[in-house]
Design a protein around this ligand. Structure first.
Ligand code: SAM
Length: 290
């Protein structure tokens, strides 16, 4: 256990030894709580059969845990200043590869091909909060083979990912995540589990990728345009939201007819619709133009 970084003293020692300066712009909050690491690794169900992609290894705290449980770990870190630290903290783990890149610029399909012969990987991360949504949506939309994504995010964002209609947290992110995956909140994590402490509460969420989406939709891109239009103007009716969207070009009459054909009230708000209803809405528009 001696070289395990998760001990707060060891983390501080490592940071001081390398005179590492935290960069706020990279969302650097390093984990110092071993219970949280156990929960993450258990929730992801990591075994020696798995290839795990870690986004943002930091000084390697979670990477060490992952390396012990997984067959292979590929860790993508943007901050060049962390490379000498990772070289030391991960020197005993021959199954870890560190890549110095911006995760948003990595060709994920090539990475999975190279490190796991194109077979599904697991993604595990204590995410940099400033790019949580682009990272998760990028992973889903690129159609990379993924079994599950188990990540630390801002508590509020975890809530948004798993709620349904009727909650103030329900929005475009909830629907996008729930189209691709089944969400499960694994744990809430207070600020004192990190150095430095973040200003917000955090949560670990696991997103288990569906083999097939839970709804049948002919044109998923259209469904997501409808979803964005509905939530861009949350206080407006669905009809006005769709009518005012620069991304859509349906006439007022067409919109009214489609809403009526689904048996929805004319004044319904987009925020009241389920994923199934957005899929039906998209299919109804597609059928009119076929
Ligand atoms: N995994 C470490 C831990 O739990 O202690 C660090 C987590 S810290 C919240 C986020 C990490 O992501 C930092 O190491 C940061 O430098 C890195 N990071 C930030 N933006 C990134 C990006 N665009 N691509 C790759 N890594 C990034």
């Amino acid at each position: 256990m001696d070289n395990k970084l998760v001990d707060p003293k060891k983390t501080i020692e490592t940071i001081q030894k390398y005179q590492f300066a935290f960069q706020k712009r990279f969302g650097q909050n390093f984990l110092i709580d071993s219970h949280v690491l156990d929960k993450i690794v258990n929730a992801a169900g990591i075994t020696k059969e798995d290839c795990v992609l870690e986004i943002g290894p930091g000084i390697g705290t979670m990477t060490q845990y992952l390396a012990e449980h997984a067959g292979r770990v590929v860790a993508v870190e943007i901050d060049t200043n962390l490379l000498p630290i990772l070289a030391e903290t991960l020197k005993d783990y021959s199954n870890v590869t560190v890549i110095n890149e911006d995760i948003l610029k990595v060709d994920m399909n090539s990475l999975v091909e190279e490190y796991n012969n194109g077979r599904p990987i697991k993604v595990v991360a204590n995410l940099p909060y400033y790019i949580t949504t682009p990272i998760i949506m990028g992973l889903f939309e690129s159609n990379v083979p993924i079994e599950n994504i188990t990540v630390m995010v801002q508590k509020e964002v975890a809530d948004r990912m798993q709620v349904g209609p009727g909650s103030k947290d329900y929005g475009a992110l909830s629907l996008a995540v729930q189209y691709y995956a089944s969400p499960y909140i694994v744990a809430n994590v207070p600020p004192n589990c990190f150095i430095p402490r973040p200003n917000v509460g955090s949560a670990v969420i696991r997103l288990t990728r569906y083999q097939e989406p839970p709804v049948q939709v002919k044109d998923a891109k259209l469904m997501f345009r409808l979803i964005r239009a509905s939530f861009n103007q949350r206080r407006k009716t669905l009809q006005n939201g769709l009518n005012n969207s620069p991304e859509l070009s349906f006439s007022k009459e067409e919109i009214a007819a489609v809403i009526e054909s689904l048996g929805l009230p004319a004044a319904v708000r987009g925020e009241a619709l389920t994923l199934e209803q957005f899929a039906a809405l998209a299919n109804a528009f597609t059928e009119r133009t076929e």
